[in-house]
Ligand binder design. Structure first.
Ligand code: ME8
Length: 518
């Protein structure tokens, strides 16, 4: 047997300076759907997520709350861990950058960059945003009427002047541009790729990579007065997670990562700094960095001060886990910004899930349970209509695979739900209920074809709505090892004669509570 191809996928690691919000949940859900998709498609998947615990932002929050930064990290990292579990994420590990394994790994990549001649000591003076944990050029900042200077992401910047180690980023400009050119899929989507290429073309300055005014961080090897700039250690989590620097660790065979899934605000760190660090340290580069968009609550950016931050735990409790996952991945084209509102979520739940897929499955399988002695009837000769809907179901995998290869999750869902819509039209046009008396054999064929199409829809819905899809497949009597993509198409056709008991509804309607809101 040949080894299954490996597939390593990561989320960004979140700052645990506060509770997780819907943006974090969105990224986790999307990455989980991709991990599940590749696993079902026969890959040997490793999925990493975690928390980014160093840096000044963590220190400032701890000070404000009057607790130690370690206490803050422990408390909130646990909330992130609980969130990914509550979202049904199938991550293989949860990394915390405060762990000893990560200190060791970060110090090793530093040593390799230093050994390559890319690290030198100087002094830094310039603008720094604690909220973004980012250095900005003067030209990227703006002094506003309130007398405060802001960075390009709208967060205040402060003047920093201190002794610092620098990374020779300027030396990597040509190599980075050559890499983008030779690997057009390195950065997705295209808008982000263009943005990065023009940023790098404008010229790169060396990057300050250490701080001396606080000690919450990873000590610089050989100079304990410095801690590493938080992004140096944060990015390194992706290799720590697969065993670096132990290159004989079996996990190391997952590197290079197939996809880093991140938000668009941190593309520069992932598509410029990270590959430069890796080139310097002589480590292969990830295959793809994909930046998703931002989520807005009815068009507004979420913020604690505005009070429109939605707690992901409330969301899944209120709407249901699969419903929440489906909504965000279907509603928002992955890679673009998106809006959500109660009305939009309820609309998707009731139209796409409860009506279109839920009702179709419920009606057709109930008819089998009731009119065919609870066993799947054998199909007779197939009509062109039967062939057409089966044909549409049989080719979904090709479209979904191509979509997932480019992180276009919404396109994969659009393809599957186009088949749901077509299956509804087929079912309505064939009127199996009218055939019960006049032509029971034909009724059996229509019900068989409908059940077989639902089987394939459910198999492909698993990455996004894992629990409801499992229920549909239970209803159809599909064994656990027949739920993989290798069983899609003609290879896995339902066998006539299997028991189809009275189905359990997979997608209940959302009913407005008497009072209160999400
Ligand atoms: O950036 N909508 O952490 P973070 C969608 N520690 N995505 C959002 C979002 C929103 N409203 N708000 C944040 C960090 N995100 C660093 C990452 S990786 C080596 C270090 C996304 O907690 C954001 O884009 O601020 C990022 O990908 C992730 O959530 C964590 O954000």
């Amino acid at each position: 047997m040949t080894a299954r191809p490996k597939y390593y996928i990561t989320t960004a690691i979140s700052y645990p300076n506060g509770a997780p919000h819907i943006g974090h949940a969105y990224e986790a859900i999307a990455t989980d759907a991709m991990a599940r998709f590749q696993r079902l498609d026969g890959k040997d998947v490793y999925f990493l997520t975690g928390t980014d615990e160093h840096g000044q932002k963590m220190l400032q929050t701890a000070k404000k709350e009057g607790i130690s930064v370690r206490e803050l990290a422990d408390r909130n990292s646990a909330r992130f861990r609980d969130m990914v579990a509550a979202l049904g994420c199938t991550n293989d590990d949860f990394i915390r950058t405060s762990e000893p394994r990560h200190h060791r790994s970060s110090q090793e990549i530093w040593r390799r960059m230093a050994a390559n001649g890319d690290i030198y000591k100087d002094s830094y003076s310039g603008w720094y945003s604690v909220r973004d944990e980012a250095y900005y050029q003067e030209g990227e900042t703006e002094l506003r009427a309130d007398g405060v200077r802001y960075g390009p992401q709208g967060s205040p910047v402060e003047w920093v002047e201190e002794e610092s180690y620098f990374f020779r980023l300027s030396a990597y400009q040509d190599r980075l541009l050559a890499h983008y050119e030779a690997n057009p899929d390195f950065i997705g989507p295209a808008e982000r790729r263009n943005e990065i290429v023009s940023f790098v073309k404008r010229g790169l300055k060396d990057l300050s990579v250490s701080r001396t005014t606080f000690d919450w961080g990873i000590p610089v090897p050989g100079d304990e007065a410095h801690v590493m700039y938080v992004w140096v250690d944060a990015l390194t989590n992706y290799i720590t997670g697969v065993g670096f620097p132990d290159e004989d660790d079996p996990l190391w065979s997952y590197w290079p990562a197939d996809a880093h899934i991140i938000g668009k605000d941190i593309i520069r760190f992932h598509a410029v700094y990270w590959p430069a660090f890796l080139m310097s340290a002589g480590i292969p580069l990830p295959k793809r960095v994909f930046a998703h968009g931002f989520l807005f609550n009815r068009g507004e950016k979420m913020s604690k001060s505005v009070g429109n931050v939605i707690d992901p735990f409330n969301l899944i409790e209120h709407y249901g886990l699969d419903q929440t996952r489906y909504f965000f991945l279907r509603e928002v084209p992955f890679g673009q910004d998106g809006n959500y509102s109660h009305e939009a979520i309820v609309g998707r739940i009731n139209a796409d899930l409860a009506n279109d897929l839920g009702n179709l499955a419920q009606r057709s399988l109930s008819m089998i349970a009731k009119n065919c002695d609870g066993v799947l009837p054998a199909p007779g000769a197939l009509t062109p209509e039967d062939e057409a809907i089966l044909g549409q179901a049989d080719v979904m995998l090709d479209t979904c695979r191509a979509a997932f290869a480019r992180q276009e999750i919404h396109q994969a869902l659009a393809c599957v739900w186009a088949c749901v819509a077509e299956a509804n039209r087929y079912f309505a046009a064939q009127e199996p209920w009218a055939l019960r008396k006049s032509d029971p054999a034909r009724m059996g064929t229509v019900l068989y074809v409908t059940a077989e199409v639902i089987r394939q829809i459910a198999i492909l819905a698993q990455p996004v709505t894992p629990n409801a899809a499992a229920l549909l497949l239970d209803n159809l009597g599909v064994a656990a090892d027949n739920r993989v993509f290798a069983r899609l198409g003609a290879a896995g056709r339902l066998a006539a004669g299997v028991a189809i008991p009275k189905p359990v509804p997979a997608f209940p309607r959302y009913v407005e509570p008497e009072s209160g809101d999400a």
